[in-house]
Design a protein around this ligand. Structure first.
Ligand code: COA
Length: 337
């Protein structure tokens, strides 16, 4: 059976019933960064499109941001926390190595009947969570799922490294997935991929068993994000284009059928290159990285919520989400809203 047939012939179709997002109050501007490291607003805007990012308060953890975003998504979906059956948090900045951040979110929401766990797929995590939960709902294992992308990247940023510290920010985005009624929209096609041969291009080397947290490793900046930006850039454009094309094809869509493309928010030049290769005009590509920078797993989730709430697409229209991140990982989804 082809992948298209198997996705469409699952017992239940799955829709996105609500979205939510949250960003911390504190805004960190390019000018403020330029006062700390050798950079400029002009360099950051020209090379990335980022103007400012949000930074979580000291006592504000990933689970707190995730909970705020989740409450908004539940409210929009009209789903009570106690009726949530599955919670997946995608994050590379969990509150604690164990238990999972999803467990803290379950507790703070009072979602006492939910199964809760985290996944680690960097910037691709939210769409990995979407594919996993879509399959679990369509197979009948769960009736609904709360998927969340949440990150406190400011906690793993080397604030002395101008090549990375200008890129990242904090925030959370969430969506409620549930069985769709016949008249409702549905997630039509999903795709995900990984290339573990390229782990070295983008990683946090320390903090795990390979390079434990010691004061020497912390002083050597081994527990912060490192990236070979130019290499990552090339792979990002190619992989995101391929993943988006796959879901567009499997959903039987053409570029002109897509009301909105919501890409991972890492770099405006990457987004422009993908729009160009997919032949989707820029005005149908959602961008908010100027306000938030790259928030890893949260980025596409926050963008989906903002696009949804600002009317970037309507009921019955088609949207495509596409992401890319450390791993390397990538994923895409085509949705009839
Ligand atoms: N301010 C000023 N100069 C900077 C700088 C900064 N913040 N960061 C780097 N530079 C300098 C470099 O040192 C280099 O100087 P040199 O030519 O004297 O060596 C020059 O600017 C060019 O650096 P380079 O790394 O080639 O820039 P770039 O055009 O590739 O842009 C990124 C850098 C990180 C913005 C870009 O590569 C990128 O976005 N990569 C992909 C990131 C991504 O998608 N991540 C997604 C996965 S989550």
């Amino acid at each position: 059976m082809s992948r298209r047939m198997s996705e469409l012939s699952s017992p239940y179709q799955v829709c996105v019933a609500g979205t939510g997002s949250y960003v911390p109050e504190r805004i960190l501007t390019n000018e403020e960064l330029a006062a700390k490291v050798d950079t400029s607003d002009e360099w950051i805007v020209t090379r990335t499109g980022i103007k400012e990012r949000r930074i979580a308060a000291e006592g504000e953890f990933t689970s707190h941001m995730a909970t705020h975003a989740a409450r908004r998504a539940l409210e929009q979906a009209g789903l009570a926390a106690e009726d949530v059956e599955l919670i997946i948090v995608a994050t590379i900045t969990p509150d604690t190595p164990t238990p999972a951040t999803a467990c803290y979110v379950q507790q703070s929401l009072g979602a006492n009947h939910a199964v809760a766990f985290d996944i680690s797929a960097a910037c691709s995590g939210f769409l990995y969570a979407m594919k996993i939960s879509k399959r679990l709902i369509s197979d009948g294992a769960f009736k609904n799922a709360l998927i969340i992308g949440a990150e406190k990247l400011s906690a793993v940023t080397n604030w002395e490294d101008r090549t990375t510290c200008v890129l990242f920010g904090d925030g959370a985005g969430a969506a409620v997935l549930r069985r769709a009624e016949p008249h409702e929209g549905s997630i039509l096609a999903t795709e995900m991929g990984t290339d573990g041969n390229l782990t070295h291009l983008l990683n946090i080397p320390g903090g795990g068993t390979a390079c434990p947290i010691t004061s020497a490793n912390v002083n050597d900046h081994l527990v912060t994000l490192t990236m070979m930006g130019k290499e990552v850039f090339k792979h990002a454009v190619n992989r995101m284009k391929e993943a988006a094309e796959k879901v567009i094809d499997r959903a039987d869509l053409k570029a002109e059928d897509i009301a909105c493309v919501i890409p991972h928010q890492a770099n405006l030049r990457i987004i422009d290159a993908i729009a160009d290769r997919l032949a989707v005009p820029n005005e149908r590509v959602f961008v908010n990285l100027d306000k938030y920078g790259n928030t890893s797993a949260a980025a596409v989730a926050i963008a989906l919520d903002e696009a949804n709430r600002t009317g970037a697409f309507k009921r019955g229209e088609h949207i495509v989400l596409v992401v890319f991140g450390a791993g390397l990982t990538w994923a895409a989804a085509a949705i009839r809203w």
